[in-house]
Ligand binder design. Structure first.
Ligand SMILES: Nc1nc(=O)c2c([nH]1)NC[C@@H]1CN(c3ccc(C(=O)N[C@@H](CCC(=O)O)C(=O)O)cc3)C=[N+]21
Ligand SMILES: [Mg+2]
Length: 295
């Protein structure tokens, strides 16, 4: 086990502290708290846990948290009407509609209804377009959190080979855009990639976001590579309990990599910390204060 462990939990705690201080300054300047609205449709137990931890983190950072719940049977029009009310609500700076949505809803149509200035997930096409052309955007939380960990670990990323495994709009594609902006040579690999292990072995940086438990093996890696594991897979553990594993075979990878994020305690906590950061950024821009410094 030669690899350094990248402590995402500790980094996220520090970031949350910085956001909290910036929130206090925002409140001084504007006389109000930044507000985050989270919308949960249905009763998926995992989603309920995430929404609860987002609520707690939002309040702990000194922001206002507005929770809205709709039944799984709600009509898409009712959800879009709620989003439009939140768009018009001056107390709401950020809107997050928890995904996945029930099957009868069109996620694209719902995301398109969110005011891009309040789109703290960075999922609206206006924000993905701005990211792609290098304009100031709200950037998806998970890939931005991964980039923060990489820059903290490696400093300047310029010229490094980065392999992103996974091409989702939520992680893989925005991750590739961010790494390209840092002047990495970026490869996006996915389920149809031929000879995936040889592609992965090019990576000085490997970001795994495939959603397949422990798929990336240690002997796929270039020795010394920095490995960011975005996967959060619940698999059967001992005594009928479940345990969380990433998309990377941790023990195998840790023997070869230079540094690696654990699961849990790696990327997951960063996602929530960056959500708070994005909410503060959205609030500052909406209040005409410009971007907060050092975040
Ligand atoms: N519109 C939307 N935005 C999201 O950002 C979004 C979403 N929908 N749907 C679900 C996924 C998942 N997600 C996580 C956030 C934090 C952890 C996290 O904090 N994980 C901890 C603990 C996990 C545990 O113990 O269950 C860890 O990895 O250490 C994980 C996953 C945000 N998501
Ligand atoms: Mg994929």
């Amino acid at each position: 086990m030669g690899a350094a462990v990248i402590d995402g939990k500790a980094f996220a705690d520090t970031l949350r502290g910085k956001v909290g201080a910036a929130v206090a300054a925002f409140r001084e300047q504007t006389g109000r708290a930044p507000g985050l609205a989270v919308v949960l449709v249905g009763e998926d137990p995992a989603s309920q846990v995430y929404v609860r931890s987002k609520h707690k983190a939002t309040v702990a950072a000194g922001m206002e948290s507005f929770e809205h719940r709709l039944p799984a049977t709600a009509a898409q029009d009712a959800l879009i009407a709620l989003v439009e009310r939140l768009n018009a609500d001056e107390a709401v700076d950020g809107i997050l509609v928890q995904l996945p949505l029930p099957r009868h809803m069109d996620e694209k149509a719902v995301i398109a209804a969110i005011d891009p200035a309040k789109d703290v997930d960075g999922f609206h096409v206006i924000n993905s377009g701005k990211l792609a052309v290098g304009e100031e955007a709200l950037v998806p939380c998970t890939p931005l959190g991964c980039l923060m960990l990489l820059k903290d670990r490696l400093g300047d990323l310029s010229g490094l080979e980065a392999v992103v495994i996974g091409r989702s709009n939520i992680v893989g594609k925005p991750m590739a855009q961010l790494l390209l902006q840092e002047s990495c040579t970026v490869t996006i690999a996915h389920s149809r990639t031929r000879d995936l292990s040889s592609v992965v072995r090019r990576g000085d940086i490997v970001v795994a976001a495939v959603g397949r438990p422990e798929m990336v093996k240690g002997d796929w890696l270039k020795p010394g590579a920095t490995v960011i594991d975005v996967g959060i897979n619940r698999v059967p553990g001992e005594e009928g309990k479940s345990r969380l594993v990433g998309d990377v075979d941790y023990a195998g990878a840790a023997a070869v990599a230079g540094a690696i994020t654990p699961v849990p305690g790696g990327v997951g906590p960063m996602t929530i910390a960056v959500l708070l950061r994005n909410t503060l950024v959205a609030a500052s821009r909406r209040a005409g204060l410009g971007a907060p410094e050092g975040l």
